[in-house]
Design a protein around this ligand. Structure first.
Ligand SMILES: [Zn+2]
Length: 148
């Protein structure tokens, strides 16, 4: 729907979101703050959603944007919630999840962030099942399940 592509970096989006939401630090628990705002990673098999099987929409814990559908969730065995694709992954529209190269920690990975608020979500790996081969490996702390 947006008329102009949004070229802001995730950090710029996070700053803008924090500026208009001064209570953000109090509303997020420390783990969610670390993962979404400081690109932290929760320990494998410790998050609340890696084994989650309920149906629904996973939303950004920071801004509430719909990011992933339970129908795209699969059991990767990696200890983090894993998805084959974000919702509305239509090439004609802006993706709800941004991806960029992340060469921190001595690895070259693809970082994923919320395209609305810049929240760090996790990483994207090319070893997923299905037609795309994508595995969106997401911290439980960065998302919240809206059941249906
Ligand atoms: Zn967001």
């Amino acid at each position: 729907m947006s008329a102009e592509p949004d070229y802001r970096t995730p950090e710029e989006k996070r700053q803008a979101h924090a500026a208009s939401n001064p209570d953000l630090a109090e509303s997020l628990d420390p783990k969610a703050w670390n993962c979404t705002q400081e690109a932290g990673t929760e320990q494998a098999f410790t998050g609340i959603y890696w084994e989650e099987k309920r149906s629904g929409t996973y939303r950004c814990i920071v801004c509430g944007a719909a990011l992933f559908d339970s129908g795209a969730k699969f059991d990767s065995g990696c200890g983090w919630p894993s998805f084959t694709e974000p919702v509305a992954n239509d090439p004609k529209t802006d993706s709800v999840v941004d991806a960029r190269v992340d060469s921190s920690h001595g690895m070259v990975r693809t970082e994923t962030t919320c395209s609305s608020c810049g929240a760090h979500l996790g990483h994207l790996f090319p070893d997923g099942p299905g037609p795309t081969g994508d595995r969106f490996c997401i911290n439980s702390a960065c998302i919240t399940l809206e059941e249906r």
